[in-house]
Ligand binder design. Structure first.
Ligand code: ADP
Ligand code: ZN
Ligand code: ZN
Length: 735
C-alpha cells in the first residue's frame, strides 16, 4: 500500500532533554490496545530504556525511515493513569522540567526499571487453630505475647512484615509464637483487606472543630480550605472526621505530611480510627513494598494513603479528599532535580479531580494566608487548644549582659530546675548540631574552614572531628594552627553536643535525650529515643528542628529556645517568616495536655517589634505585618520568582553562562526585573563556584511566558556543558 501511514509512538524518556522522542511501533503490536501512560521499552543510545507512551500519531518531524523501532509495549493498561498524566504534564510545563523525568518521579523504582505490573508475594503471619483454642488467662504472665496474639486474631487475613515492623514487634517474638505452635507463616499476594479491630470512637468535637468538619463535609466540588489552628487545637481530629465522611462514600483519601511528620504515632492514630487499609509511603520502604503500595492504591484496596512529598503522584482510582498537614513546611518542596512543591501540586490535583483539599497549619505560609485573604481559599479557624490544654505562656528573657553558662542564662537554669523537680520534662531547642560552630586559633585568628566550600567547619566531639555540614567532608582535629603553628586553639560557640555536655554537669540526676541528625542517623534510633521520651526515661530533651515538629510530648511543661535571634540577621527575605513559624512550632510542644506550659525565649533583642507581635498578639498579627512588607517590596506572594543557578569549577564560567541567559532576554519585547548574575549566598560548595540569576515578575503568566521562550534558547548555549545549571520556579530558598 502506497499511502499507508506509519504508526509513530511519541514517548517521554527520562533524560535531561526537554522534548519527547518518536519511535515506530514494535512489529506485531496490537495497535488498538495502545493507550497513553503505558510503558514502552525502547533502544536509546546503545542501550535500552523504559519510556512512557504519550500519544500515537502518524507524523513525525523526523524522517520516518530514520526512526528506530520500539522493542516492546510492557503494559496491558496504563501505569500512569489519565489523572496522574495530567498532573505530570502540568508540572513539567509549570516547572519547565523534562516530562520524562517528571513521569519517572511518579513511578516506583521497580516500574521505572520495567518490572511487571503485579503484586509480589509477601510473607504473612497468621494464628493457628491452637491459638484460637487457647485459654488467654494462662498467658497473664506474658502480657506482650497476650497482646500480640489478640492482635493476630483480629487479623485473620494475616499480618505482614511491614505491619510487624511498624508496631515495633521484635521478630524474635514472632518466632517464639511460631515455635509454640500458635502462629504460622504463609506466603501470598500482598493484598490489603480491612482489619477486624474495633475502631476507636471519634472524639466529641468542640464548636470550632464541629464548624470546620461541617463546612468541609458540605463541599461537593473543588474547594481549598485553610485549617488554621494553633498547635494542639485538634486539627488532626478534624482531618479524621472529614476523612470518615469521605470513606463512607467509598472514596480514597491522600494525606501529605512533612518528612519528619510520619511518625509511628501518627500512623497509629489513623490506623486505630478506621478499619480500612492505611498505606504509609516513606523513605524506609523497600522497592517491593513501594510497588505493592502503588498497586494497592491503584486497585482501590488502600483507602488512606499517608505519605511525604512524592505521595502526591499516587495512582488513586477514586480519590475523594486531599489533606496537607503542616502546609507551611519546607520539606514539601523538592530542592534538587525536579523542584516541585507538593502542596501546590496537591491543589492542582484537587482542582482537576474536582474535590476538596484541606491545608492545615498553626503557622500558615504567607502564600497561603495571602490567597485566603484574597478569598480564594476558605479560612477555618481553631483558635483554642482542644480538651483541657491551654496556650503556653511566653516569657522573653533579655540575655544582654547576663552571665551565660554554655549559652544558658541563670534564669533559664533555675526555671528548668523547678520544672524538673516537679517531675515534668523540659525541652531545649537549639538549631545547631555538633559541639561548636567555630574552631579558631587564639594567636592569629585563623579559623578552620572547609577546603571545598565557602563555610566553616563544625567541631564535633563524638566522634571527635571537624565536619563540613555542606559537603560532608571531615578532618581530624589539628593539634596546631594551620596558619601560625601555635597550639592555642579554641572552640567557640554552642551546638547541641556542647549543650548536652553542659547540662549533664549541671543536672547530674536527670537523663538527657539529644535529637539531631547525628544522634538519629542509625535506623530506628529516632523511634527509640522518642519512645524513651514518652515513657519518661529521659527528662531533659535537647533538639534541633527535628524535635520541633508534630511530636506530642504530654509531660513537657517548659520549652527553652536558646538562640531566638537567628532570623533577624539573615539575607533571605523569608527568614523572619521561618523564625516565627519555628518559634511557635517549638512552643507548641509545651503543655499539650492539662499541665500548663511555659516557653522561655533567650534573646539579645527583647524589644524587637516583630517578636512582640508574634508573642503578645498572634501569628496573624505578625504575618500581616510581614505581608505588608512583602507587598511594599514586591516580593512573594505579591510577586513571582524564578531562580537560575549555575555552578562550575571556574567561577567565571558560571557567571558567563548566566550572563548569556540574561542577554537572550534583551530581545524579548516584554520586560521584567532580572537580578544578577551574582554569587550565591554560599559562593562555593563541594569545590564548585555558584552563581545565580533571579527573575521577578508581578504576574505569574508573564514569568511563565518568559521561561517558555527562554528555555529552548538556553539549550542552544554552547557553554552549557561546562556548567551545572538548574531552574527553580517559585524558589523557597535562595542559597
Ligand atoms: P493539632 O493537630 O492541632 O496540633 P491534635 O489533633 O494533635 O492537635 O490534638 C491535640 C490533642 O487534643 C490530642 O491529644 C487530641 O486527642 C486532643 N483533642 C483533639 N480534639 C479534641 C476534642 N474535641 N476533645 C478532647 N480532646 C481533643
Ligand atoms: Zn594561628
Ligand atoms: Zn564543605
Amino acid at each position: 500500500m502506497k499511502n499507508h501511514k506509519p504508526t509513530i509512538l511519541r514517548i517521554a524518556v527520562p533524560t535531561p532533554l526537554r522534548r519527547s522522542f518518536d519511535y515506530l511501533a514494535p512489529t506485531g503490536c496490537d495497535l488498538t490496545r495502545l493507550q497513553p501512560g503505558m510503558r514502552v521499552r525502547i533502544p536509546f543510545h546503545n542501550r535500552q530504556m523504559v519510556g512512557i507512551l504519550l500519544e500515537v500519531c502518524d507524523q513525525s518531524e523526523f524522517a520516518v525511515h530514520k526512526l528506530k523501532q520500539a522493542v516492546e509495549i510492557i503494559d496491558d493498561y496504563p501505569v500512569v493513569s489519565a489523572d496522574v498524566m495530567q498532573l505530570c504534564l502540568w508540572a513539567a510545563e509549570y516547572y519547565h522540567h523534562p516530562l520524562g523525568d517528571v513521569l519517572e518521579t511518579a513511578l516506583p523504582t521497580l516500574l521505572r526499571q520495567g518490572k511487571p505490573l503485579a503484586l509480589s508475594q509477601e510473607t504473612y503471619w497468621t494464628v493457628t487453630p491452637e491459638a484460637l483454642a487457647l485459654d488467654f488467662t494462662s498467658l497473664n504472665r506474658s502480657p506482650r505475647q497476650q497482646e500480640l496474639l489478640s492482635w493476630l486474631i483480629q487479623h485473620p487475613e494475616g499480618v505482614s512484615k511491614r505491619q510487624i515492623k511498624e508496631r515495633d514487634i521484635p521478630s524474635t517474638m514472632m518466632n517464639t509464637l511460631c515455635k509454640k505452635g500458635w502462629a504460622t507463616k504463609i506466603s501470598k499476594d500482598d493484598i490489603l483487606i480491612p482489619s477486624l479491630e474495633i475502631p476507636e470512637p471519634a472524639l466529641t468535637l468542640n464548636a470550632a472543630q464541629q464548624h470546620a468538619v461541617t463546612v468541609i463535609n458540605a463541599a461537593e466540588n473543588f474547594h481549598v480550605f485553610l485549617l488554621d489552628g494553633v498547635t494542639g487545637s485538634g486539627k488532626t481530629e478534624v482531618y479524621l472526621q472529614a476523612i470518615s465522611a469521605v470513606l463512607a462514600k467509598g472514596k480514597q483519601v491522600l494525606v501529605l505530611v512533612p518528612e519528619i511528620g510520619l511518625t509511628p504515632q501518627t500512623l497509629e492514630r489513623f490506623r486505630k480510627r478506621f478499619s480500612v487499609p492505611v498505606v504509609a509511603l516513606h523513605s524506609g520502604l523497600t522497592d517491593k513494598e513501594r510497588l505493592n503500595a502503588f498497586l494497592n492504591t491503584q486497585y482501590d484496596h488502600a483507602k488512606i494513603i499517608i505519605g511525604t512529598r512524592s505521595a502526591i503522584f499516587s495512582p488513586f482510582k477514586n480519590l475523594g479528599l486531599i489533606i496537607v498537614d503542616e502546609e507551611h513546611d519546607l520539606s514539601f518542596k523538592q530542592h534538587d532535580g525536579f523542584r516541585y512543591h507538593a502542596r501546590d501540586l496537591a491543589i492542582m490535583r484537587a482542582q482537576s479531580n474536582n474535590i476538596s483539599i484541606v491545608l492545615g497549619s498553626a503557622t500558615p505560609s504567607l502564600e497561603t494566608l495571602c490567597r485566603t485573604q484574597q478569598g480564594r481559599y476558605q479560612h477555618l479557624r481553631l483558635p483554642e487548644r482542644a480538651g483541657d490544654a491551654n496556650i503556653p505562656v511566653f516569657s522573653v528573657l533579655d540575655i544582654r549582659k547576663q552571665h551565660l553558662e554554655e549559652g544558658i542564662s541563670q534564669s533559664l537554669l533555675s526555671a528548668m530546675k523547678t520544672h524538673l523537680d516537679k517531675g515534668d520534662q523540659v525541652m531545649l531547642f537549639l538549631n545547631r548540631r555538633g559541639f561548636a560552630p567555630v574552631f579558631m586559633c587564639h594567636s592569629c585568628g585563623w579559623m578552620a574552614k572547609c577546603q571545598r566550600c565557602d563555610s566553616r567547619l563544625t567541631y564535633h566531639s563524638e566522634p571527635s572531628r571537624l565536619h563540613c555540614h555542606h559537603c560532608d567532608s571531615r578532618r581530624s582535629i589539628p593539634k596546631k594552627c594551620d596558619a601560625c603553628g601555635e597550639n592555642d586553639l579554641q572552640i567557640i560557640g554552642l551546638g547541641t553536643e556542647r549543650l548536652e555536655q553542659a547540662l549533664q554537669k549541671h543536672f547530674p540526676n536527670f537523663s538527657i535525650a539529644r535529637i539531631d541528625r547525628d544522634s538519629t542517623q542509625r535506623k530506628g534510633s529516632m523511634e527509640n529515643l522518642l519512645e524513651k521520651i514518652q515513657s519518661g526515661e529521659h527528662q531533659i530533651l535537647i533538639g534541633t528542628q527535628m524535635l520541633a515538629k508534630g511530636h506530642h510530648f504530654p509531660n513537657v511543661t517548659l520549652v527553652g529556645i536558646i538562640d531566638t535571634d537567628g532570623g533577624f540577621f539573615s539575607s533571605d527575605f523569608r527568614a523572619l517568616e521561618r523564625m516565627g513559624q519555628l518559634i511557635l512550632q517549638v512552643a507548641g510542644r509545651a503543655g499539650r495536655v492539662s499541665k500548663p506550659g511555659t516557653v522561655v525565649l533567650q534573646t539579645h533583642h527583647p524589644d524587637h517589634p516583630l517578636l512582640h507581635q508574634l508573642l503578645r498578639e498572634s501569628y496573624h498579627f505578625f504575618a500581616t505585618t510581614l505581608l505588608q512588607e512583602r507587598a511594599q517590596a514586591l516580593l512573594p506572594p505579591y510577586a513571582f520568582l524564578a531562580l537560575f543557578r549555575a555552578e562550575a569549577h571556574d567561577a567565571e564560567q558560571a557567571h558567563q553562562f548566566l550572563q548569556h541567559i540574561k542577554k537572550i532576554t534583551d530581545t524579548f519585547a516584554e520586560k521584567m526585573s532580572i537580578w544578577g548574575p551574582v554569587a550565591a549566598p554560599m559562593a562555593k560548595r563541594s569545590g564548585r563556584y555558584r552563581m545565580q540569576l533571579l527573575f521577578q515578575a508581578d504576574q505569574r503568566p508573564l514569568l511563565q511566558r518568559y521561561l517558555k521562550k527562554l528555555l529552548p534558547e538556553i539549550e542552544k548555549i554552547p557553554s552549557k556543558h561546562q556548567v551545572r545549571w538548574s531552574l527553580d520556579v517559585d524558589p523557597l530558598e535562595m542559597f
